[in-house]
Design a protein. Structure first.
Length: 54
């Protein structure tokens, strides 16, 4: 997502269409550009539950 002006937000919602079978997204990272470097603001690794059910 890009914007010509800085944008403030407090939520990121990611969804996957699991009606097509199994879950395909195993992990994700959300990062932001602070003007000089990328900064990780959220991440999710595979959980033991989801890893054992695949």
């Amino acid at each position: 997502m890009e914007s010509p002006q800085p944008v403030a937000f407090d939520r990121v919602v990611l969804q996957e269409d699991i009606t097509r079978g199994q879950q395909r997204v195993e992990s994700l990272v959300v990062d932001t550009w602070d003007g000089t470097a990328w900064k990780i603001v959220g991440q999710r690794a595979p959980s033991a539950t989801s890893a054992s059910s695949s």
